[in-house]
Structure formats: structure tokens, C-alpha cells
Design a protein around this ligand. Sequence first.
Ligand code: FAD
Length: 401
Amino acid sequence: MSEGPVRAAIVGGGIGGLFTANALLRQGLEVTVFEQAPELGEIGAGVFLTPNSVRQLDRLGLGEAVRRRGALVGAASRYYRHDGTEIAPVQVTDSSGWNATFGMHRADLVDILAEPLPEGIVKTGHCCTGIEQDGTVARVYFSNGAVAEADVVIAADGIHSVLRPHVTPPSEPVFSGSGAYRGTILHERVPDWPTDAWQMWLGQKKHFLVFPLRSGKLINYVGFVPADEVLKESWSAPGDPEKLRAEFAGWDERIEHLLAQVEHTFRWALYDRDPLPIWTRGRLTLLGDAAHPMLPHLGQGANQAMEDGIALATILSGARRETLPAALRIYEGLRRERVAEIQRGARQNGLRYDSAYSDLGVRDAEIVAHAAFRRSVYDYDVVPLAERATVGETARLALPT
Ligand code: FAD
């Protein structure tokens, strides 16, 4: 068995993989990130960050960059019915009153996560094809012929993860029936649009979300609509701005005004998976969408991937080579049920957002009450829980420390 720091191979250089690389490096592990694309990057759309992940970005010293490059939203955030009738304020603080809810451009977040990584840690152009492992080491294979040896392998390779079938029997992703048009608009094109609010309009089988990015210089929109067969098969495709406008014609005139500015748009089919029964096999574990792809109706996929990353790093900080498989099981034990609850919650919230209720008064009351659930998600700090789980399990399993 080799000496020196534990060697971690992260497959996938998305938000989950890059965040985890920062978290593991801070704990003294030797880290390599393998990304299939020729360079790091993300699609030109927004992602909403919430206090449960911003707390962890702060721990890694990255919160300042999020504050500088994101757009804080606040008390003006609202849910509306499709015609603009107000339903409820949106929860933007945790229980202590701390507001850390930011609209971020995805490419900016990837930059913020990649920038602190020392040269040579991210290896682009590495498409993983498989893994082999024995009691002492794992070998990860790539289509370019490269082979990487590691003590622990973290599959952060997204919803289509090639490594997931090495952990749990293959299964099909679940199609939601919906798709999302996404894009951004320069604020100067819609100067009256608020730059400090997350706003969502709820209609029949559709909903429309808007929040700011880049200190309000960009406005991000997401139009959720029923998906057609073409989108279902293609997963993502260019969208037609005229069709997008037609989907929301007759809604609140603020939406019509905003959509009048759209010149290009793109659409995504929305898939998730049922919660997996297992995340870990030997020295391999799953993280982020590879472990728990979820519908975006709680805005938690990336936030949960970051919770995974800091939990894993906390647990691995005390592990030695021979205790790594046990440490991965502690990570799975801490995360799997917690994230399954959010996966199920995202499906349920999608029904609220798409007005799948015979009595919209009941739906509206649930939206009001849902603030408490959001607060509990925002309050969650996974690090002390990971520390306690490590100590508790180490004692229970009588693992060498
Ligand atoms: P990914 O982002 O999928 O990254 C996986 C990486 O692995 C990619 O870079 C890919 O190229 C690479 N890869 C794949 N296969 C291989 C391979 N074989 N070898 C090497 N590399 C590989 N989440 C939020 O928290 N807030 C939001 O507001 C939000 N809004 C959303 C809106 C929509 C419409 C959608 C669809 C999702 C939204 N999400 C949101 C979810 C969020 O985008 C995802 O959960 C998050 O990006 C997952 O990150 P990840 O790193 O796990 O996976």
C-alpha cells in the first residue's frame, strides 16, 4: 500500500465534482478531477444558491466570490398565480434570519470553484469508461487510454453516470413529462425588472421562474411547460422564442413584457431518478446528480451536491487507506435518506407549482406552509452532523482511528 496522503479521483468536473475537490484538498487529500469535456464550463443559465450550501462555500473561503459575482435576492421575492395575484412571500432566510440566497450564473460558479484549484488537478478530455478495484486500490479507465490509480473514487459524473452501474443495478431515469425553457436577458433591456427578487408564477401544468444574476445585470428566466416526445428523446434542444411566448400568452403582463425580449432560448427535458438503495461499493461512491438527480422544483440539486461534498470531505479527513470503504459507508448513511427526502419533496412541489389541485386555495395554503420546510433545508448544516457520524460510527464499528 502506498504511503503519503489518501489519493482521491473525482470523475466529473461539474459543480459537485469541483466543489468536492476544494473540500478534499482542504482536508489534505491528494485530488485529481477527470472531466470528459475539453474544457470546464457550464450552460448559459442560472442556478439558485441557498444558505445550506452558501454556509459551506463560506467554510471553503469561496463565499466572498459568490457575494461579489452573484445577485442576492430578498424580501421582495414572491409566489404568484399565473395572472399575477400574489400567493405568498418566498422564504429567503434561515431560522436565524440570515439571508444567503443568490442567483448565480452557472459559468461564474464553475469559475469560482475551479479558480482556487492548483494547476494540474483538473484533467479535461478524460472520459471515464469504467473502474476496477480490489481490497487495496481502485483503477479508473478513460477512453483516451489513460488509467488512474486512486485510494477512493468519487463519481460526480451526473445523471447519466457511467460509474453508477458499478455500485447499483442499472435503472432508467424517470421522465417528468415536463421541460424547461431557460435563458438570460440583459437587465438594461427590462430596466424596470426588480434585481433583488426571486419570483414565480404558477399556472395549469406550467410555471415560470425569474431571478437575477451578476448583481442584477442579467435576468434569468425558466419557463416550465409540458414536454413533447421530441424533447423527451433528445433531452435538450434549441427552443423557439415564439413558442415560448405562446406558452405563457395571457399570463401576468410582466411575463409577456419580459419574454418579448427573448431572442434565443434552449430547452431541457426534466428527468430524475427514484432514490437509489445504495451509493457505495468498496472504494467507489456517488455524489451529486450521479447519486440523486432530482427535479428542480426545490432548486436543490446543486446545493445538495455541495452538501455531499463537504460531508464527504469531513468524513474522509480522519480516514486511513484501510478505513476508506467504511468511511464511504458513513457518508452514504448520513446523506442517502436526507437527499431522498428532498428528491421526493421536489416531485411533490412540482405538483404545487403546476397547480395539480382541484382546489387552488388548498394549494396556496400549502405554498404558504411550505416556508417552514424551506427554512429547515436552509438551516441544515451537514458538517457537525458529519463530524458526529464519523465519531459515532468509528466507535460503533471499532474502526482503528
Ligand atoms: P453535472 O452538473 O451533470 O456534472 C457532471 C460532470 O461530469 C459534467 O461536467 C460532465 O461533463 C462530466 N461527466 C459526465 N460523464 C463523464 C465521464 N464519463 N467521464 C468524465 N466526466 C464525465 N440546482 C440547484 O441547486 N439550484 C437551482 O436553482 C437549480 N435549477 C435547476 C434548473 C433546471 C431546469 C435543471 C434541469 C436543474 C437545476 N438544478 C438546480 C440542478 C443542478 O443543475 C444539478 O443538480 C447540478 O448541476 C448537478 O451537478 P453535478 O456536478 O452532480 O452534475
